[in-house]
Design a protein around this ligand. Sequence first.
Ligand code: C2E
Ligand code: CA
Ligand code: CA
Length: 637
Amino acid sequence: MPDWRLFSTTPAARELALAQIEAFSKQVPVLYVILGSNAVALAWTHWTVAPFGLVFTVPGVLIALCLARIVVWKRRAGRAMTAGAAQRRLLTASVIGPVLGVIYLVWALSLYDYGSPTLQAHVIFFVGITVVSCIFCLMHVRAAALGVTGAIITPFLIFLLTTGDAALIAIGINLALVSVAMVYMLLVYSRDFAVMVAAQAETQRLSDENRLLANVDSLTGLPNRRQFFSRLNACLDTADGPAPPFVLGMVDLDGFKPINDLYGHFIGDQVLAEMGLRLRELASPNIFIARLGGDEFGVIILDVDRSQAQAFGDRVCATLQEPLAAPSVLAKVSASVGLVESVSCLKAEMLYERADYALYHAKQHQRGRAVMLSAELALEIRRQHAIEQGLLIGDLEAELSLLFQPIFDVDTMRVTAFEALARWSSAELGPVSPGEFIPLAERSSLINRVTQILLRRALAEARGWPDAVKLSFNLSARDLSPAAILGIVSIVEKSGVPSRRIIFEVTETAAMRDIALAEESLALLRRLGARIALDDFGSGHSSLTHVRRLPLDKIKIDRDFIVDIEADGASRAIVKSVIDLCRNLELCCIVEGVETERQKAILSGLGCNVMQGYLFGRPISAAAVPSALARTMQEAS
Ligand code: C2E
Ligand code: CA
Ligand code: CA
């Protein structure tokens, strides 16, 4: 009976053939050993009675054949095999099996007439036991097993039935019945085996699919963060000797967040998928690119020098800044890239941090470009590490302090508020400027601790000031999280300072980081009674529509516009338009960084009367506040 599955090219048939050949190859040697030893036994009992050719030559050839087949199968064992080859081999077995069976039968029956009844019984036993062993050993090759059964049992049965001997006829019928039962078992087993193989294949497929899902980013089809880090670790930990050098890159899209905010997440996802596709086209066996999350991608470049890596970084930037395919999106997306060479003693996280720093540097100073970490940048990183450590382990209650800088109403020449400005004198590093430590604290939740310590202290000072003098206090983006804002509200409530005397300053960039969150948190502070000022206005990239969404009372124009207001007409025009905007939106406008009388005169002329800057007073200690206030009172009266 031919087994059509051996001719099928369906995946299931191919899987089955491979499983069959694997199971069968374990039984082949056993089968040939049985055949060989049965032949030896039969030849031996007929040694003296049968002709030389029948007891020596024929079994000799048969045994040699068995040994040769054992050797062939042993050699093949363990070698990888294609499904096609497995099918061909099973087909061969299905042919060789019956042919060998017939040769065995003819040989055994040709000995039958030479022996005594006992020897004849041996011949009959030999044929019977050989068939049963063959069916067992060929269990996994249905066609071969059925072929052997048919090729031996049918002629043998005819032989037994035609002897006319009742016992032999009974043996024949018995053997036929047993064979039918065994064929039935064989068919059932063969079907179950096929089902089991199919189930195994399905399990394997599901597990492959799971592995794929766990390692691939579904939006872009790129490897995901998990796969990226396992690859990065593999690049660093080679079992033998130092790892070959490579370059690690971090890619971050510029201008993606506004697309998400403006066009929604569906379009945002489309843009990311397009960027992913472009990056996939840049990947090669030596260049591994993954999506790390959001609009951030990671690159591992093998076998390159600095300049080649830089060239690849430039290529990434050029590729990603090409116009978007989505016609509805008018915004432009570009990418900044941070690159770092591997250092064998550095762990993955440290290397990642360095690449991240190079990226941060690119974003700050060379937006849309690729920046390779230099020695100077590495030094900066070390300094930043020291600062982060200092903030983490330092006694911040003792090391942090505040200075207060007056905010003036130039019409009345009175101080309307003091802005609290943080100072940190680290036990390890000495004084560290807020421009340096605040952005670092802002990278983690450390800033929340810093804010809480400073706010408590600032409010304690403000409690002693005249009622008309307000406290202006700087908040960071992370201070706007729901948990942090509740902490701030509770500190204000416990302080005993009426909240109408507090102004919270939030920079434009901080508010834009998550405008919905900023809107909600600032509204909460405002409901409390506090005022909100948008700090450093003009330094970020926010649109006026966004500014309008925020619950604001004041806008502080960034110092950069004031610095060259005397010489630069453009700065003057910008300041004027912001002052007009504030008037239209009924917001109070504050200019900061006023250093000269001339600047003051120009700003007054433009219609601004609330100012802050060295001209009116530098940041002073809390102890110096009362005398400064007294002095301005005197000057005003
Ligand atoms: P900022 O909020 O814009 O604060 C104004 C900065 O300008 C202060 O620098 C102040 O000393 C400086 N300044 C004021 N008038 C003049 C002037 O006429 N000329 C010049 N050249 N500079 C002037 P400072 O104290 O170094 O603070 C730097 C930044 O650090 C602040 O900018 C603010 O963003 C941040 N910062 C300071 N204290 C805190 C704080 O307690 N919390 C948070 N989150 N950030 C703070
Ligand atoms: Ca401020
Ligand atoms: Ca400012």
